[in-house]
Ligand binder design. Structure first.
Ligand code: 13P
Length: 258
């Protein structure tokens, strides 16, 4: 039930999983199994797997993403990877501000903003993650958190520069827990995010903004989630590590409408 102006995006986040050989096998299987998906399909892989997966997906419909980047173009930044290096390795997409990065590695909204600037300058499609913790939800802070993360992460651009930005709503309590937001909870948050987007960059930007849901998305629950009007795709963790499940998620529309 997604908008005709927003092409759905189903992105896998492989996180810190798989050997190179396993990555190649999974990428091949994803290419085969998602051929008939009406959605844009991407896999976001560990830095070390970018080049080998790039070789597999090259010339196919599957896009390649990184899971993070550093905002400087080059220099003495041990352990970091730049936007230009991601592009050089074959990436077209990049996840920014995932809650695991915010929680475990100290990524702030300001860091997200700088990373977003670097990604856009390199013509990467950024997937900016936002979402509240369980404590924040239970203390009615969800909207305040989403507003702060959106405003902080996306501030300071010209509207024309942010047209490729994708935002992923990933409630922290739903990530890796098997507890999925209900379709109504997800829709409520997405509608709120779209309104924030309109406040930041106008109605046109908001109407075209792709909003992904992430957090225990499975082959079983994807159809009901995607039936919501403001869900434009999914950012998939655990279920993206198995090609059949991921492919079923990527085919949500076909099977949902059948
Ligand atoms: P799960 O699908 O494993 O809950 O992970 C979601 C996620 O963090 C995607 O970025």
């Amino acid at each position: 039930m997604t908008s005709p102006i927003r092409r759905p995006l189903i992105a896998g986040n492989w996180k810190m999983h798989l050997t190179l050989a396993q990555s190649v096998d999974l990428a091949k299987a994803v290419c085969d199994a998602t051929k008939d998906s009406p959605a844009e399909v991407a896999v976001c892989v560990p830095f070390t797997a970018l080049t080998v997966v790039s070789a597999v997906v090259k010339g196919t419909h599957v896009r390649l993403g990184g899971q993070n980047l550093y905002w400087e173009p080059q220099g003495a930044f041990t352990g970091e990877v730049s936007a230009g290096q991601l592009v050089d390795a074959g990436a077209t997409h990049v996840i920014i501000g995932h809650s695991e990065r915010r929680r475990l590695f100290g990524d702030t909204d300001e860091a997200v903003n700088r990373k977003l600037k670097a990604a856009l300058a390199a013509k990467l499609i950024p997937i900016v993650c936002v979402g509240e913790t369980l404590d924040e939800r239970q203390s009615n802070q969800t909207f305040r958190v989403l507003e702060t993360q959106m405003a902080g992460g996306l501030k300071g651009f010209a509207p024309a520069d942010v047209s490729s930005v994708v935002v992923a709503y990933e409630p922290v309590w739903a990530i890796g827990t098997g507890v999925t937001a209900t379709p109504a909870q997800a829709q409520e948050a997405h509608l709120f995010l779209r309104k924030q987007a309109a406040k930041l960059y106008g109605e046109g930007f908001a109407a075209g903004l792709r909003l992904l849901y992430g957090g225990s998305v499975t082959a079983e629950n994807v159809d009901n989630l995607m039936a919501q009007p403001d869900l434009d795709g999914a950012l998939v963790g655990g279920a993206s590590l198995k090609a059949p499940a991921f492919a079923r998620i990527a085919r949500f529309q076909v099977e949902a409408k059948a």
